[in-house]
Design a protein around this ligand. Structure first.
Ligand SMILES: O=C(O)CCC(=O)C(=O)O
Ligand SMILES: [Fe+2]
Length: 565
């Protein structure tokens, strides 16, 4: 059967349980052919890339038959052609983009792209360099904008940004896809371009950037992490053991050790606690020689490596660290750029960041409580609230589940921004996404819905998360574990702009710090953001060690490295 691009065809049989990148469709569904696989390519021959009203992906030609509503469909094809969406054009990528998983391309700046289809903010086409076809965001055709200097100047003199500034910095969904190529040149993601750094916070406006390398996905491998945890434990025992100083709120909620480059005597004072300096023990060289090159600091420049390290021991899940910024004068983070590099060993814990001034109050989302709620979660419906939104494994792709004609079906991979919240005594992962019928003329129109999956950030089984090499993940919802709730949320520019601002200003960015994970806080993060490690898992949770390397820039006046301005 000859199949042509632009044609509308009908699916003959149900195609379910497909792998990422393939089209899930049901008998009778109409599929628009976006691309016909090349006969010359073994992996494409006999396949088309098509779209139903629900999703897009690869589908075998054998699953298709000519559409029953011939004439109507032909009209539509003509319209599509007239609109020029089916024409091909060549463009050079002006910036890179990470792949969203199967069916998507990772784009490098400067590569030649043959664009075959355009839809909303997405392009489908062929990369000459990679000899591959797939989706990528339109964003790759525009130059990354230079840091907004004037705005930055204006902001510099202000302690707290106004709500207006916060709201406009909300990244559009495709923006979160931009890869390290769009980071400023001084960031670690750019210093170490071969290391797959992800950035959870890319706040150009405030010059705040927070990167992370997930455990085993570019971070330190599990074996090394285990070995290092022992080195740190033994090394600190030999250096006099852990400190647990008293601060303004009593004994601090974890054990700690403050380590400095030999010769420095600056103590570390925060929250009313004073921690004496201990010179770097031997293990420090091993750890820094492993970690610093991953952050773009070469061995040759080891004199410029961080000159201090705060080490924390969370003995179990009840040890924690509350909202704070490492904005002490020692590191100059309120006046200048300040870089902090953190390594996690032992039990995984979530790490959270929020804008300073963020409130903990529930957000007033307009809720149309839905007919599609899974009955598995009645407790949730009775008592739901959105307590400061948003965890973010940015650049996530998920498959959402929908109830359709009495059966659960899975949609295509979607780009989403992620949210995390707790409600009704259980933890939920909520993923806010652009979904449902979209109006091509007005991307702000159409409903955004919130899909929630029972589970929490500790729970790795339900839903199952498959991590891709670029840091994105596909979330497969299992038949007996999914819980889907459709909620209409207010979207920027539509009803209730005010609430959208509030939503952004109250976002919490969260990512997991597992055994061997690295994370950074760069630029003015200590001035504008706060971070914390919440309690997780109770007193039976295994211990976690965290090391945060910093640069002391203003040594204490008793220290031999003290310099007068
Ligand atoms: O444990 C962590 O990951 C963070 C530690 C931290 O924020 C600090 O020591 O200031
Ligand atoms: Fe901190």
């Amino acid at each position: 059967m000859a199949v042509r691009k632009g044609e509308l065809m009908t699916v003959q049989r149900d195609v379910v349980d497909v792998s990422p990148g393939y089209l899930q469709a049901f008998a009778g569904d109409e599929v628009r052919i976006l691309y016909v696989g090349s006969e010359e390519r073994q992996d494409e021959s006999g396949w088309v890339f098509g779209a139903t009203s629900m999703c897009q992906g690869w589908l075998s030609i054998q699953q298709l038959k000519v559409c029953d509503d011939g004439p109507e469909a032909m009209e539509e094809i003509k319209e599509t052609k007239a609109a020029g969406t089916a024409s091909e054009r060549r463009e050079v990528a002006k910036r890179g983009a990470l792949s969203g998983g199967g069916g998507y391309l990772r784009i490098r700046k400067g590569e030649l792209l043959c664009i075959q289809h355009e839809e909303n903010e997405w392009l489908f086409g062929w990369s000459e360099e990679q000899q591959k076809r797939g989706w990528f965001p339109c964003l790759v055709l525009t130059k990354p904008s230079p840091p907004p200097e004037e705005e930055w100047e204006a902001l510099q003199n202000r302690q707290k940004p106004s709500l207006d500034n916060q709201a406009t910095s909300a990244a559009p969904s495709t923006e979160t896809l931009a890869g390290p190529e769009s980071l400023p040149s001084w960031t670690i993601g750019r210093r170490a371009p071969k290391i797959p750094w992800n950035y959870a916070v890319m706040d150009n406006k405030r010059r705040c950037f927070c990167g992370f390398l997930r455990a085993g996905k570019g971070g330190v491998d599990a074996e090394t992490a285990k070995h290092w945890a022992k080195l740190v434990k033994d090394g600190i025992d030999d250096a006099g053991g852990w400190d647990r100083p008293t601060g303004n709120m009593g004994l601090i909620s974890r054990a700690t050790k403050w380590l400095v480059r030999p010769g420095c005597s600056c103590s570390y004072q925060y929250g009313g606690a004073v921690v004496r300096a201990t010179p770097f023990p031997d293990f420090m060289h091993t750890l820094m020689e492993g970690v610093m090159p991953m952050c773009g600091f070469t061995k040759e420049d080891s004199d410029d490596w961080p000159n201090s390290c705060n080490v924390n021991l969370y003995a179990d899940g009840s040890d924690h660290l509350d909202w704070h910024a490492d904005d002490e004068p020692l590191f100059g983070g309120r006046e200048r750029d300040c870089c902090i590099i953190s390594l996690s060993l032992g039990q995984e814990r979530p790490f959270q960041l929020r804008l300073e001034g963020c409130t903990d109050k529930a957000l007033p989302l307009s809720v149309t409580l839905p007919s599609t709620v899974s009955l598995r979660l009645p407790e949730f419906i009775a008592d739901w609230q959105l307590r400061s939104v948003s965890k973010a494994w940015h650049r996530a792709t998920i498959r959402a589940c929908l109830r359709r004609q009495g059966t659960w079906t899975t949609t295509e991979l979607m780009q989403v921004s992620c949210s995390y919240f707790e409600g009704g005594g259980a933890d939920f992962l909520a993923r806010r996404l652009v979904f449902g019928p979209l109006d091509a003329d007005n991307p702000l129109k159409g409903d955004a819905q919130m899909i929630m999956i029972k589970g929490n950030t500790e729970c790795r089984e339900a839903p199952e998360e498959v991590v891709h090499s670029d840091g994105s993940f596909v979330c497969e919802m299992l038949e007996d574990e999914k819980a889907v709730l459709k909620i209409t949320v207010l979207r920027m520019g539509e009803r209730g702009f005010q609430n959208a601002e509030e939503h952004v200003a109250n976002q919490i960015h969260e990512f997991p710090l597992g055994r061997g994970a690295l994370c950074t806080m760069e630029g003015r993060t200590q001035q504008f953001y706060q971070h914390r490690v919440p309690k997780r898992g109770g007193s039976s949770a295994p211990p976690r060690i965290n090391l945060t390397w910093r640069w002391i820039t203003s040594h204490d006046k008793h220290c031999q490295f003290h310099r007068t301005a």
